[in-house]
Structures are given as C-alpha cells and as structure tokens.
Design a protein around this ligand. Structure first.
Ligand code: FAD
Length: 518
C-alpha cells in the first residue's frame, strides 16, 4: 500500500482484535501517530488465551486457514510470517465422526480425497475434482477482483472488472442447492458445507459464492502457528509497535464525540483528543454505547433485525491421559444436521442432537499441556440470545461428554483436571455482541458485499474495522479489513500524499472468462 499521512495526524484505534491490530500497523506505517486503546488486559479480542495449571488454550479461533492472506499481509511490511512464528501444516487436517459410527479423515494436499469421496458415491471422486477446480477459480476471482480491491459498493458491481464474474451469478444462490448439483450423498455434502460454520452461516442461508471455502480447506490446507493463535496475535502487536504505534491495554473507551480533526474520547483513564477514530468495537455496540445520536447511522431497532452468526458454548478442558482417536481438529456430526441448523437460525433453541467441534492443540504442540495431558476445547454452536445460565451449561456439559464417549470412545468424564466455560453471556459482556453472537453478522446474501456495514460509518473521520464489516468474519478477513480501513483513512485525508492505489494488489488478474457451467 502506498500513500502516507502527515506525522502530526493522530489516529486512535479503539480495540485490539485482528482488525484493530492490522489497521494500527498499516496506519503507523503510513506515517500517522497511532495509539491503540484496548479495554482488556491483552490484545487479540476474541482470539484470546486462557492459561491455567500448565495448560494453555486459545479461547477463540483455532483454525489457521488462508496462509496466503497472512503472507500477503506481512509482505506489505517487507516481512513474512516466519519472521514471527513457524507454521506447521496439519496432517491429518481434521477427522469427522458421524453419529452412526462412521468416520472420515481428511488429509492435506487432497491425498485421500478422491478415494474417500468415491467410497460414498460412484463418480464423486471426479465430481470433487471438478468442484474444487471451480472453487479454485472462484477463489482467485473473488479475492483478486472483489475482496482485495475492496469492491463493495453497488456501483463497483456494475464495473467492467466485474464482468468475468457475471456468469458466476448463480453463486448468489444458496450453498445447499449448489453443492447438491455435484453430490447426492449427505455426508459428502456435509464435508463441503461444514466450513460455513467459519462464516457463521448455514447451507440454506449462505450464498454459494462461499463454496470457495472448500478450496481454502482442501487446497489451502490447515496450519498450526507456533505458540497457537496467541502467537499470531503477539506477532501483530509486535509488528504494529515496530511500525511506531503505541498500544495501551486496560483502557476502555466510554464515549466518542466530535468529528475529523477534533474528536474527544472519554476513556477509563481520562479524556483523549484525536483527529481520526478507527473503531474495532462492533457497530451495534458502538452505536448503542459509544456514539451520540448524531454519530449513529441506524434507527433504534435496526440491529435487532439483523441475522447473527451463532453463539457458542465452549468448554476448555485440561485432561489427563490421551484422547485418541481425536485429531488436532475433530467434528462430531449428526448424519442429518438440518435440525441443528434450524435450531440455530429458524427456531432458536438449545439443540436436541448437537453437532460440535473439538480442538486438541496439544496433539501438535507440547507446550500447551503438561506431560501426559491434553488441552481440549469443545465448541457447540448455538443460536444467539439463548439463556446460558449454570443449569443449562451443566446439562449440555453432561450431554456433550456422554455423546463424545458414545461417538468416539473418548471418555473424558473422570479425567478433567482443569475446566472453564464460555457462552452467550461472555460474548455479550466482553465484546458487546448482540445476543452474544460469537462471530458477528452472518454472511447471508443480504449481509454480504454492498449490504454489509461499510468501513466509513458514524461521524466524518470515524471508521469501522473488523468482522462486522467487509470482507467479514475470520482472522484473514479482519487483516484485510485493516488494510481497507487504512486506505480509506489515507484517501479521505486532505493532506495525505501519494495514492493508495486500491487495485495494485499482488495476484493473478488474467484469469480469463469462466465457462457458463461455472
Ligand atoms: C469461538 C470462536 C472460534 C473462531 N474460530 C475461528 C477460526 O478457527 N479461524 C478464524 O479465522 N476465525 C475464527 N473465529 C473468528 C475470528 O476470531 C474473528 O472473526 C476475529 O478474530 C474478529 O476480529 P475483529 O477485528 O472483529 O475484533 P474482535 O476480536 O471483535 O476484537 C475487538 C476488540 O475491541 C475491543 N473493544 C471493544 N470495545 C472497546 C472499547 N469500548 N474500548 C476499548 N476496547 C474495546 C475488545 O475488547 C476486543 O479486544 C472464531 C471466533 C470465535 C469467537
């Protein structure tokens, strides 16, 4: 990114999640005087860490996907991820346990994918090749023509650069319909659709465009960063400080008044004046708690009407002994998971037959559990807004541990030595998330691209960054959001020099015209 800001330009970044940290690094590099204020004692946002009795748990994200996006990010600073942390490609990538006793192991580099798919359905091996070659092209197109260049307005969608995407407009249909054009077997459909949980969506309400997540999964593979996700957070904070930014933790911003050049922030430590505000707090909470009436973009009730990604019931368990046959990442799925999605999106209720996810980072990293122990995280996606009091947490703890023992043979019940949980209340209290959603606004058609909140929001000189804005949910997307916000700040500054050249991104633009069958 080119373009620079005058050194006297004060920028205050509210919040140190992935988006806030990335924006801080970019804006400091552009020459501004940047201070990040984080209300918690550590940066990272929902990428938090819990340390107890020799165990270390990443409390939020655990799948390091899209390594290309991280590489591109660090490259903007003439660095590479390995300057900060080593990456290990997970092998196996993950294991799926179905509740009929069946299981499947997904290996990297599509090693066993053809054979595995063929074993469920004649012709499915070749269908997978065809599917993944489309998702690979769609990924390149989506990233290089839409996501990286930040083409998010309706006007952008009518531009000539978008023409090659026109034959792909069927990708605005839903994932369920798209995947079923290729595969009949419900388990194969699940293997291609489970990635939607990363976006907080369901197969019936997520545009088929997000089939690109299968390219991310099967071709991009899954990695583990040294030190866990906390190691990545440390890297981002170190990078931002190296660029000249200041990070202050334990400082809560309580109110934002004013506009470009003359903002006043009320904080837990006193009043702060600043020229520009980049807000990593979510816009629903920011409008409700931080901005005055003039700074709000939406009427009362607007945020109540949005579709939110699931919340989650999480257990962080330090366990004695091994947990074979669980892999580093494992999924336990009902053979028919429609019911669980209905109970998340259509008819909110605690699930009757839960689909859940387990992360065991100690399978890859000895440092996160004492010898002879494993660090296990259990994540059950649930509808936002549910009551999550101690009784229901206890009920679901018992149900999940019994189900896990039944489905995988891994009985944790008598060997848990450390235990902590998080649910709706924690997301709501710690991040101001509506209904305690864990991820933010779901990626439904009406909350994607031009219809998702933009980076310019609130009073002039106030910007949003992070998962609630474009391009959306997930660590890689929030890094890109930080880049886009920094470009917007520079573009809007009357004294900035140079150009941010929003289309000058590395990548392949010569992708040709897709065939109509895409
Ligand atoms: C359980 C879980 C699992 C996930 N799994 C994955 C995964 O495997 N892979 C993946 O890529 N993504 C995953 N995600 C999503 C990913 O973690 C998020 O999309 C991303 O981290 C969000 O970053 P953000 O920039 O929106 O900031 P957030 O993480 O929302 O952070 C915002 C920050 O702002 C601070 N803040 C808010 N208000 C104030 C204030 N008034 N004053 C000061 N500070 C304030 C908050 O304390 C917080 O630190 C997961 C998320 C969760 C919760």
């Amino acid at each position: 990114m080119q373009g620079s800001l005058p050194g006297e330009r004060d920028v205050t970044v509210v919040g140190g999640g992935f988006g806030g940290l990335a924006a801080t690094a970019y804006l400091a590099r552009a020459g501004a005087d940047v201070t990040l204020l984080e209300r918690h004692d550590a940066v990272g946002g929902r990428a938090g860490v819990l340390e107890r009795d020799g165990f270390r748990f990443d409390t939020g994200p655990s799948w390091y996907l899209m390594p290309d996006v991280f590489e591109r990010f660090f490259d903007h600073f003439d660095r590479e991820p390995e300057d900060y942390y080593d990456l290990e490609r997970l092998d196996p990538q993950y294991r799926v346990f179905w509740k009929d006793g069946d299981s499947a192991t997904i290996e990297p580099h599509r090693r066993n994918a053809h054979e595995l798919f063929e074993s469920y359905e004649d012709g499915a091996g070749d269908a997978l090749e065809a599917y993944l070659s489309r998702t690979a092209r769609n990924y390149e197109l989506a990233m290089n023509r839409v996501v990286y260049p930040d083409r998010t307005s309706f006007r952008d969608y009518a531009s000539t650069e978008m023409l090659p995407l026109a034959p792909r407009f069927r990708l605005f249909g839903n994932m369920d319909d798209y995947v079923s054009r290729f595969f009949d077997h419900p388990k194969l459909r699940q293997l291609l659709e489970y990635t939607l949980v990363f976006l907080g969506g369901a197969p019936h309400n997520t545009p088929a465009l997000y089939s690109i997540m299968s390219h991310v999964d099967f071709d991009g593979n899954v990695f583990y960063p040294e030190g866990g996700i906390a190691g990545v957070v440390d890297a981002l904070a170190d990078l931002a400080v190296e660029q000249g930014a200041t990070i202050e933790t334990g400082v809560e911003v309580e109110g934002i008044r004013g506009e470009r050049g003359e903002f006043t922030l009320a904080t837990s430590e006193g009043t702060v004046g600043t020229d520009i505000v980049v807000n990593n707090a979510n816009p629903a909470y920011a409008e409700r708690e931080l901005l005055d009436d003039g700074g709000r973009d939406h009427a009362d009730g607007y945020w109540d009407d949005q579709t939110y990604a699931p919340s989650a019931l999480l257990f962080y368990l330090g366990v004695e002994g091994d947990v074979d046959p669980l892999a580093h990442h494992s999924l336990v799925l009902p053979t028919d998971w429609d019911g669980h999605f209905e109970q998340i999106f259509d008819d909110p209720a605690w699930p009757d037959d839960p689909a859940y996810y387990l992360s065991v980072a100690s399978k890859t990293d000895d440092a996160v559990a004492p010898e002879g122990h494993e660090a296990v995280v259990v994540l059950l996606p649930i509808a936002p807004g549910l009551d999550d009091g101690p009784e229901v947490r206890e009920e679901y703890r018992e149900m999940l541990l019994a189900d896990l023992a039944d489905q995988t043979g891994v009985d944790l019940r008598d060997r848990i030595v450390v235990e902590e949980s998080a649910c709706v209340s924690e997301f709501s209290d710690q991040f101001g998330d509506p209904g305690g959603t864990a991820l933010g606004l779901a990626h439904t058609l009406f909350q994607t691209g031009p219809l998702r909140p933009g980076k310019r929001g609130g009073p002039d000189g106030h910007y949003y960054v992070g998962a609630y804005t474009n391009p959306g949910i997930g660590m890689p997307m929030c890094l890109i959001s930080g880049e886009h916000v920094a470009k917007a700040v520079i573009d809007d500054d009357p004294d900035a020099t140079g150009s941010t050249d929003p289309l000058a991104v590395p990548g392949d633009y010569g992708l040709g015209t897709p065939s109509p069958s895409d």
